[in-house]
Every structure is written in C-alpha cells, then in structure tokens.
Design a protein around this ligand. Structure first.
Ligand SMILES: NC(=O)C1=CN([C@@H]2O[C@H](COP(=O)(O)OP(=O)(O)OC[C@H]3O[C@@H](n4cnc5c(N)ncnc54)[C@H](OP(=O)(O)O)[C@@H]3O)[C@@H](O)[C@H]2O)C=CC1
Ligand SMILES: O=C(O)C1=N[C@H](C(=O)O)C[C@H](O)C1
Length: 268
C-alpha cells in the first residue's frame, strides 16, 4: 500500500477539523502539512490539538514550502484562498481535492485551466448520498418534464457565507441540463413583493440559514394533484470528509484533468 501524503488547507475551519480527523485515522494516508492563512491564531500549534489528539504536525501558513513534500492538497476554504493555493499546486505539481463553493464562472475557468497541468477533483458536495441524488434528479426531470414546477430548497448553518449552496446550484444545473434549459436564463433566486404568476420553465431557489444545520437539500417537482420531493440531509460533516479522501485516492494515478464526484463514484 502506497501511503498518500496529504496537506489540508484551512485546517482550523469546520471542514478543516473534520478532515484532520479523517486523514489522521486513514491507514493509507499521512498528514504532512496543516495549513491556515496568515494571521490565524492557530499558527505554530500542533494541528492535532484542534481535534484533541496531538500529531506532531505544526500549523503553518507558507503553502509553497509546506507543499513540497505532499501528494495532495485538500482545500475547503473560500474561492480567493483556493485560487491562491491552486497556483502554487500547479507550479509544484501537487494534486487538489477542492470542496470550496461560491466560485464565479470566471473562477471556475481558472480551475479548468490549471487542470491541464495537475489532477483536480472539484465538487460542491463530496457525500455519496448527494451524488446519488444528482442521478435521481436526472430520472425525475426526464419523467416529469412537463406540467411540474421545479423548486430547490436548501438549509444550512448560520455561518455559511454563500447562497444558494453549491449543491443547490448543481441540482439546478443537473435538472436544467436534463430538460435542455439554460439555468442562467431560468433560475429565480428568491421572491418578494408582487412577483406575478410563476413562469412554467423557471427553476426556483429558496435558502434557509439557521442554527447548526449541516446541510439539507430538496428538489421539488410540483404538478396538479401531486408533488415529488427528492431530499438529502447531512447530519455530520464526516460524510463530506470521507468523500474527499475517496477523491484523493481516485487521483493517485491521474496525471492531470478536472474531475468531480460523479467520476470518483463511477456515476457518470
Ligand atoms: N464540497 C463539500 O462536500 C463541502 C463543501 N463545503 C464548502 O467548504 C468551504 C468551507 O466550509 P467550512 O469549513 O464550513 O468554512 P469555515 O469558515 O469553517 O472554514 C474555512 C477555512 O478557510 C479559511 N479561509 C477563509 N478565507 C480564506 C482565504 N482567503 N485564504 C485562505 N484560507 C481562508 C478560514 O480561515 P479563517 O477562519 O481565518 O477565516 C477557515 O480556516 C465552504 O465553501 C463550504 O461551502 C463545506 C462542506 C462540504
Ligand atoms: O457550507 C457548508 O456547510 C456546505 N456547503 C456545501 C454547499 O455549498 O453545497 C456542501 C454542504 O451542503 C455543506
């Protein structure tokens, strides 16, 4: 068994801490770098202290030198951070697993360009359940392609900064693509005031931010006399972290290319 050398960006964040737990418990992985941004109060502390088990790896902020002895960087931070890390990984040939959400179209193009040189898995949701849900949405959209109004509802914790969630947007993309609609033309993000009647081809998004909700997503297909709801509810961030580890294993023999969890889970 070849041991994969893993670096974690944003290691003191919610996902960073969960990833620390997952990586330090994985028999085929070794944590070789734990990174936080400049100014983090955790710099120079043992990364394991964040999860109650010291591991001898200090938290540092100099990505370029910390990444020299790593195979993969797992990055769940913010678009600006991920893009800065991307350019270093591209330069020194470190593969990336990117879970960050909230990228603009232009920023996503930067990921695609970097994937010419390094292998990347980029997915708004790394859980197996959500990725199976995307397949269920294809089936539902194909069968309920007329006479059903489509709405996507998502709920997350009070600290989440982007909306709608990356997963909700991907759900919209999957449905729009199946129905040969252009999401940028048919998406409706929230409603207020005298909105007029619903246009049949629209795909609506509704966002809830409250408490400690880990991540709930529902796609509703509402017709006359019935409605179908396809839901996923995450109750623990470890489901995302385990998906990220699967993604890193998937990348071992990939020299370059941009992949998502549908590739990792052979769902395409
Ligand atoms: N794909 C998936 O399966 C999942 C994706 N996510 C996504 O992952 C991301 C992180 O979520 P979460 O862990 O809850 O967020 P947190 O805010 O808890 O953690 C984010 C971490 O990134 C750091 N960070 C913020 N901005 C920058 C920057 N510009 N450069 C470098 N580091 C930065 C933060 O540092 P500081 O504390 O100093 O700000 C923190 O350590 C979000 O985009 C979220 O949507 C979340 C769960 C699952
Ligand atoms: O910020 C989060 O917490 C999550 N973000 C992802 C998203 O935006 O879809 C995935 C998950 O739902 C948790």
């Amino acid at each position: 068994m070849t041991i994969q050398k893993i670096a974690i960006a944003g290691c003191s964040g919610r996902m960073g801490r969960t990833l620390l737990e997952a990586v330090t418990q994985a028999p085929d992985m070794r944590l070789t770098a734990a990174l936080d941004r400049t100014g983090s109060p955790y710099l120079n502390k043992d990364a394991g202290e964040l999860i109650g088990t010291p591991c001898g790896i200090p938290i540092v902020s100099d990505f370029a030198s910390a990444l020299t002895d790593c195979d993969h960087l797992i990055d769940f931070t913010r678009p600006a951070g991920t893009l800065a890390h991307l350019s270093i990984c591209r330069k020194i040939g470190v593969k990336m697993v990117i879970g960050t959400t909230g990228f603009s179209v232009e920023e996503k193009n930067q990921l695609e360009a970097a994937a010419k040189d390094i292998a990347i898995v980029f997915a708004p949701n790394m859980s197996v359940g959500v990725n199976v849900t995307f397949k269920l949405l294809e089936i539902a959209a194909k069968a309920l392609n007329e006479g059903y109004d489509i709405e996507i509802i998502e709920a997350h914790h009070r600290h989440k900064v982007d909306a709608p969630s990356g997963t909700a947007l991907r759900m919209g993309e999957v449905i729009a693509q199946t129905l040969q609609r252009d999401l940028s033309q048919v998406a409706v993000y929230g409603r207020e005031g005298v909105t007029g009647e619903r246009k049949p081809e629209t795909i609506g998004f509704a966002t809830i931010r409250a408490g400690d909700i880990v991540g709930d997503h529902t796609a509703m297909f509402a017709g006359i006399g019935e409605r179908v709801e396809i839901s996923h509810k995450a109750s623990n961030r470890m489901t995302f972290a385990m998906g990220a580890l699967r993604a890193a294993r998937f990348l071992i023999d990939k020299p370059n290319g941009l992949f998502d969890m549908q590739d990792v889970l052979s769902l395409r």
